[in-house]
Design a protein around this ligand. Structure first.
Ligand SMILES: Cc1ncc(C[n+]2csc(CCOP(=O)(O)OP(=O)(O)O)c2C)c(N)n1
Ligand code: SF4
Length: 293
């Protein structure tokens, strides 16, 4: 007879086979991402999360700015817009207002979303427009060869901080929640199964959903900061540097110091912007009257 003990290890879930061919624009391959870059893992999680909704590709629109992460829409078979650095949310807002039935997903980097696009970020959250904002947070500007970004951690080396960064970082999730986003979560490329579930929940949410996705740029952040390999980087930053919200409940404060929380961190219902705007149009008798008239 088998003796079941409390310490028995949980069986690791096997990844479910998945057919990516319906989602990838094969003519756009090979992609530009370096070996070991985390962005490809994030893309796979996103495609699996989208597939799980059971909705056709045409129901989705992917919008991005400029950066390695912002190349995502180019590779996938949805309605896509690759726009200007820092302006993805402005384009996404226009698209969602014109076509409220589209599920709009923005794929953006920490530089694109929070530096040049920081103003758009907070105001999109404030409105609670029904869009998903995936911030591929690799703590650096990858595409332009490794300048520090608003999430670069203190002491870290970047092209523009050769002696260590002294700027305090933004906490993407706290900022999103404070600005009004109604779904706020954090995942990592390392915890890919968890990330897929978070992305699915974000897509199903009505309102602004922000996901801070910790991934890695081994080419710049990794080499500048002397990580041994892309795997070492994932291990140190994504695995050891984060704790799930569920685990955090049972840990003493000293064990949480310096760690980022993973999971759904904030979720609430609030009127969605395009619905509010539709009511306004109705109130105005179906006409939009500009203030200049
Ligand atoms: C108006 C403007 N300013 C600056 C740039 C240069 N630029 C292109 S990508 C980029 C940073 C991208 O970093 P991030 O958004 O973090 O994405 P990653 O490449 O790390 O995925 C910058 C500064 C630009 N293309 N346009
Ligand atoms: S430069 Fe960095 S972010 Fe860009 S593709 Fe290479 S590893 Fe990824």
């Amino acid at each position: 007879m088998e003796t079941v003990t409390a310490t028995k290890k949980k069986k690791k879930e096997k990844p479910v086979p998945f057919d990516y061919s319906n989602y990838i624009r094969k003519g756009k391959l090979p992609h530009i991402w370096c070996p070991g870059c985390g962005h490809g893992i994030v893309l796979k999680c996103m495609l699996r999360a989208i597939a799980e909704t059971g909705r056709p590709n045409d129901d989705f629109a992917l919008v991005s700015g400029i950066g390695c992460s912002s190349r995502t829409p180019g590779y996938v078979n949805f309605n896509t817009l690759h726009t200007l650095h820092g302006r993805a949310l402005a384009f996404a807002t226009g698209l969602k207002m014109a076509k409220p039935n589209l599920k709009v997903i923005v794929t953006t980097g920490d530089g694109d979303a929070l530096a040049i696009g920081g103003n758009h970020f907070i105001h999109t959250c404030r409105r609670n427009l029904d869009i998903v904002i995936m911030v591929y947070n690799n703590f650096i500007y990858g595409m332009t060869s490794g300048q520090f970004s608003p999430t670069t951690l203190p002491g870290m080396i970047a092209t523009t901080s050769r002696y260590g960064n002294i700027d305090p970082p933004f906490d993407v999730c706290k900022m999103a929640e404070a600005a009004g986003a109604t779904f706020v979560a954090r995942g990592t490329a390392y915890h890919y199964g968890e990330l897929e579930k978070i992305l699915h929940e974000a897509i199903m949410h009505k309102g602004t959903a922000v996901i801070d996705i910790i991934d890695s740029c081994p080419t710049y952040y990794g080499r500048f900061n002397k990580f041994k390999s892309p795997a070492d980087m994932m291990e140190k930053i994504e695995k050891e540097g984060t704790v799930s919200v569920k685990q955090a409940d049972s840990l003493p404060p000293e064990k949480l110091e310096g760690k980022l929380l993973r999971g759904v961190l904030h979720k609430k219902e609030r009127p969605e912007y395009t619905e509010g705007y539709a009511k306004l149009i109705e109130k105005a008798g179906g006409k939009i009257v500009s203030s200049r008239q």
